[in-house]
Ligand binder design. Structure first.
Ligand SMILES: [Fe+2]
Ligand SMILES: [Fe+2]
Length: 255
């Protein structure tokens, strides 16, 4: 796997933040039946995208120091900013259609609790990569569930950002994974898959109304999830040896 430097990601996220892909002069045009199908999920994801990211920043600070790569922290901060942009845009849309930005959701509360106790970079990375993969399926379904041009543009913008987020996190997971012993790798590989599938099953049950409106039934949803699992934490990805391994070399130097 090709591993980019943290400087590359700082540059990538900085450049992306200057691109505006949403025409806010468009009026939201969402029908009542569409709203019935998507509103609850839209509100829940809007809340989920608005986290301060304090715990992730703390874990990244500790990790960046341990691998002697201060720019990694900068990249994570910019990555969090992009997530907050998603939350702001979805919030702005809710305001425009005169619907509430919610303050509490069981899924969000559960994920916040997990984040609160987590200071380990590996756990953070697998958690984020799982949610990012679910986000790609979710926002594509949301886009397909509406005819509102403005909402479609918001989804497209998020989908473009999420593609980079997944690559960014996938590289980190690969680096962490490849510092393990053969046995730990075996355990981690299975733990990643289990976490990924279970989380995405929960997401299906929480948002199935929206997925169905976006023309995804359970079997199509699981096919997509399976494909994404193979793409981000599959054996071919994690055990790939054809890599530019700069950050890991830094780690070896520190050790
Ligand atoms: Fe996001
Ligand atoms: Fe993301």
């Amino acid at each position: 796997m090709k591993i980019q430097t943290s400087a590359y990601w700082v540059n990538q996220f900085s450049n992306n933040s200057k691109i505006n892909r949403i025409d806010w002069t468009l009026k939201p045009e969402i029908s009542e039946p569409e709203k019935q199908n998507i509103l609850k999920s839209l509100q829940a994801w809007q809340l989920g995208e608005t986290s301060e990211g304090t715990h992730l920043i703390n874990a990244s600070k500790k990790y960046a120091k341990s691998i002697n790569d201060e720019e990694y922290l900068e990249a994570v901060k910019l990555f969090i900013k992009e997530e907050q942009k998603h939350g702001n845009n979805l919030g702005k849309y809710l305001d425009l259609i005169s619907e509430q930005r919610i303050k509490k959701d069981w899924g969000d509360s559960l994920f916040r609790k997990i984040r609160y106790f987590n200071t380990n970079m590996e756990l953070w990375t697998i958690a984020v990569i799982t949610v990012e993969s679910a986000a790609q399926v979710f926002y594509q379904a949301l886009k397909d569930a509406t005819n509102c041009a403005l909402l479609k543009q918001i989804c497209t913008d998020i989908l473009i950002d999420e593609a980079s987020h997944i690559t960014f996190q996938k590289e980190r997971l690969y680096i962490i994974f490849n510092q393990k012993s053969a046995f730990s790798k075996w355990v981690s590989y299975h733990a990643y898959s289990c976490f990924f599938i279970c989380t995405n099953l929960i997401i299906w049950f929480a948002h199935k109304k929206l997925f169905k409106a976006g023309k995804l039934n359970f079997s199509r949803y699981m096919t997509k999830i399976w494909f994404k699992l193979k793409k981000v934490t599959g054996k071919v990805v994690l055990y790939d040896r054809e890599e530019v391994f700069k950050p890991a070399m830094n780690m070896n130097e520190v050790l």
